[in-house]
Design a binder for this molecule. Structure first.
Ligand SMILES: [Mn+2]
Length: 422
């Protein structure tokens, strides 16, 4: 077994004593009739197994891991290629010992988990991923409760959301994870960089999206990290603009928020370009200002700072610079209207990695080495805001890069030099 997987299991159990984790991989949802959506393995299952399997259950108690995989039925063997599943397991050297291919109905095999449930104080699993598992557990819990009168048990396992517990372990990335993220960002940046050199005047937002997604595929990135965002002209003021049939005009800006995965790790990059290559004075001013704010925010955040400092710092800088450049006073409320989102979020196997933002005291989390996040200030002059912004109306600008906390400072991912956290 890969040594870092074993470490993850041990760390998770160490941080959650007496907790039984049952993590289903789930299966692809049905689209209609005989057609299913493509299967995407849930990130916490992948984090703990390194496998991309349907119909499997990862079980962990006190550092000991087990994996149940539902064997293919005869029908499935005829209609689908199950070789893929088998070869993944065989490739996985050490893991084979703890993998069990189970035949038929999984519920029969859950019986083996009962002894563990009896021992555990907490059962942690994700809601809504496996109906079979949830039915089994809720029967189990209510049976235990009912019979407590006879058996005198006064302590039953409590349910906890496994995503939160696993998210805690996932917050500091190891070297292998950083290398994957760095590569995902590098490849994603290459596609953004090339786009800037092409002429897309007259093409639709959907065509821009298709261009990006095809380029990602060509670079071995099979999944986008999220649905690609393309906003031409005024449509960039919609924070998550869905690509439509609006055409790119040379006098406009286009905002493209697009990233893809490398080895399941996500890049999340936004660039705002002048479509015709020559920005107006107003466009230039805002593009410049947001770029500068992003750079200065990255430079001023240090290890040990609290996560929420990123957002307050960026918004303070936006306020200062906007007041300075325009020679008018700008309030924090106005900045909030012009940028109605936060400056940062965690990044990893998920584009919004489910790691905690607050510690046990309710304070914003302190930034530590190996934590990975986005830095994405923006300004969006939606029509209908104050007269004060009239000359910027319809401009939407966001600049987003991905960073990792090093030994002292934030390091930008996907740059020329290899990432060295020290
Ligand atoms: Mn983002």
């Amino acid at each position: 077994m890969k040594s870092n997987l074993k470490q993850r299991h041990q760390q998770l159990s160490k941080q959650n004593k007496n907790t039984l984790f049952i993590i289903p991989s789930g299966r692809a949802p049905q689209r209609s009739h005989s057609v299913h959506y493509p299967f995407k393995v849930p990130s916490d299952f992948y984090y703990l197994t390194g496998l991309s399997l349907e119909n499997a259950f990862f079980v962990l108690f006190e550092g000991r891991a087990q994996l149940f995989v539902l064997a293919a039925t005869e029908q499935q063997k005829i209609w689908q290629e199950f070789e893929d599943l088998q070869s993944q397991i065989e490739d996985f050297n050490g893991y084979k010992k703890i993998i069990e291919l189970v035949e038929g109905d999984l519920t029969e095999h859950f019986v083996r988990m009962e002894a563990l449930i009896q021992k555990a104080q907490v059962v942690a699993f994700p809601r809504g991923r496996s109906e079979v598992l949830e039915n089994f557990l809720s029967d189990k819990f209510s049976y235990n409760r009912k019979n407590s009168i006879f058996f005198g048990r006064d302590q039953f396992p409590a349910w906890q959301d496994s995503q939160l517990l696993i998210g805690q372990v996932r917050s500091q990335k190891d070297d292998d994870e950083i290398a994957c993220l760095d590569e995902a960002v590098r490849r994603t940046l290459a596609v953004h960089g090339e786009f800037a050199k092409l002429n897309f005047v007259g093409q639709t937002e959907k065509q821009v999206r298709d261009h990006f997604e095809l380029e990602f595929l060509k670079r071995g990135m099979g999944w986008t990290s999220y649905q690609t965002i393309v906003g031409a002209g005024q449509r960039a003021c919609g924070l998550h603009a869905r690509p439509g049939y609006s055409k790119l005009k040379s006098e406009d800006l286009v905002l493209i928020d697009a990233g893809a995965e490398f080895e399941s790790y996500c890049a999340d990059i936004t660039r705002t370009w002048s479509i015709g290559g020559v920005a107006t004075e107003e466009q230039h001013l805002i593009l410049d200002l947001v770029t500068e704010v992003q750079r200065q925010t990255i430079e001023s955040i240090c290890v040990g700072d609290r996560f929420d400092k990123i957002d307050s710092m960026a918004k303070e800088l936006l306020k200062e610079k906007l007041s300075h450049r325009l020679g008018v006073s700008v309030t924090s409320e106005e900045i909030q209207q012009l940028m109605p989102h936060r400056t940062s979020h965690w990044l990893g196997l998920d584009v919004h990695d489910p790691c905690p933002y607050f510690d046990h005291d309710g304070q914003s989390v302190q930034l530590q080495k190996g934590m990975v996040m986005t830095i994405e200030p923006g300004l969006y002059f939606r029509p209908g805001l104050s007269q004060k912004w009239k000359k910027f109306e319809g401009l939407g600008v966001r600049i987003e890069d991905d960073v990792v906390m090093g030994g002292k400072k934030l390091l930008v991912l996907g740059q020329e030099e290899k990432i060295d956290l020290n």
